[in-house]
Every structure is written in C-alpha cells, then in structure tokens.
Design a protein around this ligand. Structure first.
Ligand code: NAD
Length: 480
C-alpha cells in the first residue's frame, strides 16, 4: 500500500485542507517526505469540539450492546486491513514490519476487549436506610466528550487505547495523534467509521500541538483530557485541565529498572532482555532501561548484552532482515548523543554503540553503558531510545533502593528463581506494572498506568474504561 493522502475528520466529514496550513510527514528511514498533513486552525478545532458534543448525544443513545457490536466490527476491519496499516505505520514511524504487524493485531485485540467491557459497565444497588425510600442506584455514565492526545512511538496502539475506551463507555472524542505519525491513526479512525461509529462522535485533528490542546481543553464542550507523551507536557496539560476541574488521564514516561538476581539464568534473561530493550529502537515507555545485576553475574551479563546489541541488524523497517529501525525524529538522535556524552563525561564506561550511524535516516547505534554515576542524565531522565544501562549490586536491599530511586514509576522487572524473592519484589518495587521473569506487562486485559510522575489513571483492562465514566447516585422514594 502507498502512503495515503492525509485528511482530518471533523464534524462528520473528511478535510483534505484546513485553515492552519500544512506540514510534511517524513520517512525516518531515509528522511524523504511522505505527504502533506493539513493542520487545523481555531475554526476547525471549534467545529470538532461542537461536533463531539452533538455526536455524543447520538452515540450515547445507542445501547451498550450496539456500541459493543460496532467496536467489534471495527476490530475485525483492523485485522482485515492489518498488512496495509502496518506498512503505513512503518513508513511514518520506522519500526520493523513484524513489530508493526504485531502492534496492529494487538490493537485490534485491545479494541475487542474494550468492546466486550462496554457491556459490563455495571452500577450498584444499595439498600435504603430510610423507610419510604425505594431504591438507591449507583450508576456509571459516560464522562462526556474527550480530547485525546497521543505520541508517535505506537501510532496505532496509543490512539486505540483512548478511542476504544472512550467510545465503549459512550463518550465522543476529538483525537490529535502525533503530527509525525498521523496516517496510522487516520486508518483506524476509518475502520471505526466504516464499522458504524456515529461520524460526529469521532473527530481527528492535527495542528500545532500546544495550540490544539489549549483550545480543546478550555472548550466548554470537552469534559475530559487524556494524554500520552512526556512528563513535561503531561504536567502542562494536567494543570490546564485542573483549572477547569476537568477529568484528566495521563500515560507519561518511564525509566524501568530490571533486577537480575544471582540465581537467574543469565543466558535465558539475555534472550528476553535484548529484544525487549531494543524493540522499537527503545522508544517504548515501559522499555527496560536500568539493569541492576548481582555482582557475581555482572561481567557475564554486561558482556552478553553488549555482544548481542552489537550484533543487531539496523535498517529500514520495510526490510524483513531489519531487527532495529531508525528513531522517529532527528531530534531524538541528537538527544541520544547528549545522554551518552554526559554519562561518559561523568565516568561511565561505554560497552558498545554510542554514536549516530553514518547513513541516511535517523539511526543511533544500540548502546550499552556500564557503571553510570547516579548524577548522570541517563539515570535521571528517560532516554527513550536504544540505550541500556548495566550496574552491579551487592544486596537485594541495595538493588530495590536503586530501582526505586527515581521520579518515574511506570514498569519494573526482575528475574529470580526464588518464589519468596519474587513476591518481595512484586510488593516493594514502586511501579504501576511489575513483570517477574518476563517483560509482558502490556496486555489488553491488564490495566496499564504509572505511579509517581509516570502518570495518572490506567488504560486497558476493565479499569481503563472506568476512567471514561462518572459515578451518579440516583435515589427514588415512594411517590407522595
Ligand atoms: P513531547 O512530549 O514533546 O511529545 C510527545 C507527544 O506529545 C507528541 O506526539 C507531541 O505532538 C505531543 N505534544 C507535545 N506538546 C504538546 C502539547 N502542548 N499539547 C498536546 N500534545 C503535545 O516529547 P517528544 O520529544 O516528542 O518525545 C520525547 C519524550 O516523550 C520522551 O523522552 C518520552 O519521555 C516521552 N514519550 C512518552 C511516551 C509514552 O508512551 N509515555 C510516548 C512518546 C514520548
């Protein structure tokens, strides 16, 4: 499939042009332009918010069963179109084709799970304590039109988490995908509309990110904002939502530790850790970053990690032999270099990688740093790229303390054969998701969300839908 003509979806129709001008979407594998993206100005953004208000009335009036059926149909359409959507995803985002296919199929599974949950937004009946009062009902109702903002690292998965939950709960949406990767979102919006979602309930805009979010969060039609992206921007949007006491969900960055205990099978851990680390060139919020390894095993682990990283095959995502693609932006390549230079300047050891790859496109070598001092930026801020940090530890207490010594708290991992240690780590690691002996914490059925500065609220799982609802108590007395 060729890269599609880009359009916005506003007030029930597609817009090939808009008043905010346009910008080019670039293929990160070679720096070539893919297509012009129309940008919404204030007029179109106001139209989108008003359409979401009208569209919600229609969408909400459908029964939960009808909404569920429409969303299941959309999940099936995504599966039918998976090869095409994945191709477009790789073109604009860069990840290898097999990873893009997995992303699209997993996203269809997420949507299907949310469609099922649409039928299960149960309330409660509470026994009245006062004679003459007949019922107390605790209801869950859709929160209202949602403004959703997503990042470029998972251009299908991140939008579907928000669109699926919001629509399943009976809300309407105005979504702004990342301007770097708009076509993937456009294709899933198309699948949702083809399946029968009320057209005015599903709006997709692009523009100048700060202007779009300011206008939409302030707009009286919008009841909730949901954001995936960096901590810095998450704080700005959260503050803005708070001014209006609007509901806010945020999935922000992470800095996942991995504790590799002395009893772990190092070869088996490396076989899982290397693909987990360099998947999507490390541009994953739950990516393992800091490996704390028992001192007795440290040298073997560090050498094994560096050797495997050195052997990864870099290239364009559309080449089936590619194991790691480019970074999605040129600015991220420069940022990786700053992280590495800062760590080395403070005394870290470079075990492999550490440089931009001299070829077209935005490639950075898979990099392993060892003995990184606590003040280095790579330990304080999320690198969000192909950088692994390996550190030895002496006692489990030290490892847990180091793992928790961060303002982030999204995912944490550990490897051990000792059941008591596994339970202790599950209990003491400060993160929204803890994976023991594997990295698969992100599943449609499981709530995904961060502690500390990594976010507010969860996506996916039964809990994900609840963030798109409000509670209402209705109590009915006997007629007087
Ligand atoms: P960024 O925060 O500037 O951008 C992330 C996304 O937010 C982009 O899609 C961007 O268009 C959007 N955005 C930026 N400013 C916005 C605003 N004022 N209103 C609405 N949307 C806005 O970060 P970046 O430089 O693109 O990415 C780097 C950092 O973002 C990484 O270091 C990582 O910490 C974080 N990130 C996190 C996730 C995640 O899944 N949690 C995903 C992508 C990026």
């Amino acid at each position: 499939m060729r890269y599609p003509t880009l359009e916005l979806h506003i007030a029930g129709r597609w817009w090939p042009k808009a008043s905010g001008g346009e910008r080019y979407v670039i293929n990160p594998a070679d720096g070539s332009p893919l297509a012009a993206l129309p940008l919404a100005g204030p007029d179109e953004l106001n139209l989108a918010a008003e359409a979401a208000r009208r569209g919600m009335r229609v969408w909400r009036a459908a029964s939960a069963l009808e909404r569920s059926q429409v969303l299941r149909r959309a999940a099936d359409l995504m599966r039918e179109r998976a090869a095409d959507i994945a191709h477009v995803l790789t073109l604009e985002q860069g990840k290898p084709g097999a990873e893009a296919q997995r992303e699209v199929r997993l996203s269809a599974d997420i949507l299907e799970f949310q469609a099922e949950e649409a039928k299960r937004l149960y309330g409660r009946s509470v026994a009245p304590r006062v004679p003459g009062v007949l019922t107390h009902s605790v209801l869950r109702q859709p929160v209202g039109p949602v403004a959703a903002f997503t990042a470029w690292n998972f251009p299908v998965n991140l939008p579907i988490r928000k669109l699926g939950s919001a629509l399943a709960a009976g809300c309407s949406v105005v979504i702004k995908p990342a301007e770097e990767t708009p076509a993937s979102c456009m294709l899933i919006v198309r699948a949702l509309l083809d399946a029968g979602v009320e057209p005015e309930a599903l709006n997709m805009v692009c523009g100048v990110p700060a202007d779009v979010s300011a206008l939409l969060i302030d707009h009286p039609a919008i009841a909730k904002a949901s954001f995936t992206g960096s901590v810095a921007v998450g704080k700005q949007l959260g503050e803005r939502a708070a001014r209006h006491v609007k509901r806010f969900t945020a999935e922000l960055g992470g800095h996942a530790p991995v504790i590799v205990c002395a009893d772990a099978d190092i070869d088996a851990v490396l076989a899982l850790a290397v693909p987990a680390k360099f998947r999507n060139a490390g541009q994953v919020c739950a990516s393992p970053i800091r490996f704390y390894v028992a001192r007795a095993q440290f040298a073997r682990f560090a050498d094994g990690m560096a050797q495997a990283a050195r052997g990864l095959r870099l290239g364009p995502g559309l080449d089936p032999a590619t194991q790691m693609g480019p970074l999605t932006h040129e600015r991220r390549v420069e940022e990786m270099q700053r992280f590495v230079d800062d760590a080395l300047g403070q005394g870290a050891r470079l075990l492999c990688g550490g440089h931009r790859v001299e070829r077209r496109g935005w490639f950075f070598e898979p990099t392993v740093l060892a003995d990184v001092p606590a003040d280095a930026r790579a330990l304080r801020d999320e690198p969000f790229g192909p950088i692994a940090i390996v550190q030895p530890y002496d006692t489990l207490d030290d490892a847990i303390a180091a793992a928790n010594a961060t303002r982030y708290g999204l995912a944490a991992y550990a490897f051990t054969r000792d059941l008591a240690v596994a339970h202790r780590l599950g209990d003491e690691l400060e993160a929204g998701m803890v994976g023991i002996n594997h990295f698969g914490v992100s599943q449609p059925e499981l709530p995904f969300g961060g502690w500390k500065e990594s976010g507010i609220g969860q996506e996916m799982g039964a809990e994900g839908l609840l963030h798109y609802t409000e509670l209402k108590t209705v109590t009915v007395g006997a007629p007087t």
